[in-house]
Design a protein around this ligand. Sequence first.
Ligand code: NAD
Length: 293
Amino acid sequence: MSARIIDGKALAAELRAAVAAETQRLVTAHGLQPGLAVVLIGDNPASKSYVASKSRALVEAGMRPFDFKLPAETGEAELLGLIKKLNGDSAVNGILVQLPLPRQINTSRIIASIDPDKDVDGFHPLNAGRLMSGLPALVPCTPVACLKLIKTVHESLVGIDALMVGRSHIVGNPLSQVLLNENATVTVAHTFTRHLPELCRRAELLCVAIGCAEFIRGEWIKPGATVIDVGINRVTVDGKSRIVGDVNFSEAVEVAGAVTPVPGGVGPMTIVCLLVNTLRAACMQAGLPPPAV
Ligand code: NAD
């Protein structure tokens, strides 16, 4: 058996086109061009490359980018001052502060200072609480991306046995809540979980976000299950560097019903979901109904 490969790149391209069309509609019908401020502090090469691709995607969708590049030695007070200014700027509908931040800056204080209605990363405690309470919220981009990929396989998740491996505030926790809100039966596994292979074998939907290269083996996967691999791990094989997921893809593809590849699965969708969240935030702030994407 060979699983269906969930083509995140192709689905991301489709979604990007829909976001661009919706942006154009907002500009034409309401004179509203969504704007996103992206704040990068320091020279972390990975962060620089993430920020560059986010800004590029934003411009391609017809949105307005506001880029802020600050030196690595920027102090917390200075960053709080910038966020306060952006919170009060009506042309800025979303604010993204690229993580990780330098050591002298307290990340929780920075996240808490962002206006929750402009928190397109969905990391503000108020948005986490809204998601928990089943209220409209800005939900972190990766879980939004995962749900969109899952929905290409399962129209409904009602009653499905789902296992979320990983419980970070960025991926695992919000994704397990997103699945619960879809009425899936959700189990959450983490570093202290015992008998992980047995738990995996029960899951009709297996989502993995742990940051351990090819950790989930094919023999752990229930035949026909849907596997969503969020992991991004750089490994060196025969002197060559490449990116792999948290799931052993070549084994998974023989057992699963559908599986996301790495790269080309969750990653490309995540960036587009940042645009989706920016559209949502802009509509919310303008008192318009949520966008049709
Ligand atoms: P994290 O380190 O914050 O959290 C990892 C979680 O996995 C923890 O809850 C931990 O308890 C659990 N865990 C670790 N080892 C485990 C094990 N052996 N068994 C069971 N649970 C275990 O990581 P994160 O920020 O959630 O990211 C996870 C992975 O997803 C990373 O590879 C990261 O690069 C990737 N990621 C990808 C995207 C994307 O867009 N594709 C976005 C965010 C993160």
